[in-house]
Design a protein around this ligand. Structure first.
Ligand SMILES: [Zn+2]
Ligand SMILES: [Zn+2]
Length: 135
């Protein structure tokens, strides 16, 4: 499985949180807003894993807001989920491209987008690993 490394698309700060691990990987930390409350939300950075940690219980089918911990801006993207119609939330990948998730609780829509749409996932994965090792 791909372990995605993401940053805020607006202020470009890393959203990876090594202190709060999920699936034994650093989690993606954001602020979740729902029904007038907000709390930290930790998402698994394994692409395809839906594990999260948060103290706010968002009922299935409800839409939550996602904000950057640093610049506090709303991370919703201009794209709508093609399964349920909710707004997608987008993150920038460290090495180019974007990952988007649906803001509706329980909707499993995830999108991984690359800067060059011709690049196959496998090729991307290899270069991603290489770039990661160089750090
Ligand atoms: Zn930000
Ligand atoms: Zn959806």
């Amino acid at each position: 499985m791909i372990n995605v490394l993401v940053k805020c698309p607006l202020c470009k700060k890393s959203l990876m949180d090594a202190k709060n691990k999920i699936d034994s990987k650093p989690s993606i930390a954001v602020t979740m807003t729902y029904a007038g409350r907000n709390a930290p939300l930790y998402l698994s950075s394994l692409y395809g894993s839906y594990k999260i940690q948060t103290v706010i219980n968002v009922p299935r089918g409800k839409i939550a807001g996602f904000r950057c911990l640093f610049c506090k801006k709303d991370l919703k993207s201009s794209r709508k989920c093609d399964i349920c119609g909710a707004q997608m939330v987008s993150f920038d990948l460290w090495h180019g491209g974007q990952v988007q998730i649906c803001s509706r609780r329980g909707c499993k829509k995830h999108l991984l987008e690359f800067q060059d749409p011709d690049i196959e996932l496998e090729a991307f994965y290899k270069s991603y690993l290489k770039a990661f090792k160089q750090q």
